[in-house]
Design a protein around this ligand. Structure first.
Ligand code: MD3
Ligand code: FE
Length: 215
């Protein structure tokens, strides 16, 4: 048993979800303690909040960010901003443990020069959902997106390039990492309402870290 067996084992558990979408089961579990400690620092500076959509609805997912750029939404639209509109401060810089995890996951899926500058942090409670949408607020769709699931399990909906395309359901569990690149980058996706449950580290929540090269 070498120090690297864990990583090798994870690489072998890589599943192909579609063209250039890679599921790395449990890839984040080795780093979970550090990730949660850093998350606590991020939310001390920029607490979770329910943002308002351009149409005036309050999102059921609570969000915050770290990194050079953060995703925000209000009546004026969706965009990336270098400061938290709630406190006027810069988002906390991306913790090295976050950055390293995202870079390592991207590399193991074949994206060797991914340099994320934005980490959107989504918090789901029981009943929270994220409707089918595309991620189109970034500059370069050639860059992949890396997502890290922590806490309660969720059912992820993975569709096609059109909203009406048929969707697949994928169970995302604590520690799972998904790398979305190539064609899958612009596919519709969403999260079904979170089911009741309890996670030993995160209690009644699911947290998702989404790493992007936004600028
Ligand atoms: C597939 N977040 O923040 S992560 C989002 O679990 C978002 O919080 C979900 O969709 C969550 O925009 C899903 C998985 C994910 C993220 C981005 C994608 C899947 C994606 C972009 C393109 C295709
Ligand atoms: Fe998305």
């Amino acid at each position: 048993m070498s120090l690297f067996d864990h990583h090798v084992e994870n690489e072998m558990r890589q599943e192909l979800l579609g063209e250039n979408a890679f599921l790395l089961r449990g890839f984040a579990r080795l780093a979970e303690t550090e990730l949660l400690a850093e998350l606590a620092r991020v939310i001390r500076q920029s607490p979770f909040r329910n943002m308002i959509t351009p149409s005036g609805r309050r999102m059921s997912v609570a969000m915050t960010n770290c990194g050079e750029l953060g995703w925000v939404s209000d009546r004026a639209g969706y965009r990336y901003a270098s400061t938290d509109p709630q406190n006027g401060l810069r988002w906390l810089s991306m913790p090295p443990a976050f950055f390293q995890l995202a870079v390592n996951a991207a590399r193991s899926a074949g994206f060797s020069d991914f340099m994320p500058d934005a980490c959107l942090i989504n918090r789901y409670e029981v009943g929270t959902k994220l409707s089918l949408h595309q991620d189109k607020d970034e500059k370069d769709f050639g860059q992949p997106i890396v997502s890290v699931s922590l806490g309660l399990p969720a059912v992820f909906l993975f569709g096609g390039l059109k909203r009406t395309d048929k969707t697949r359901r994928i169970q995302l569990l604590h520690g799972d990492v998904v790398v979305w690149g190539g064609a899958s980058r612009l596919h519709y996706h969403g999260i079904l309402p979170l089911k009741p449950g309890h996670h030993e580290l995160l209690g009644d929540y699911r947290i998702n870290l989404t790493f992007r090269k936004a600028g």
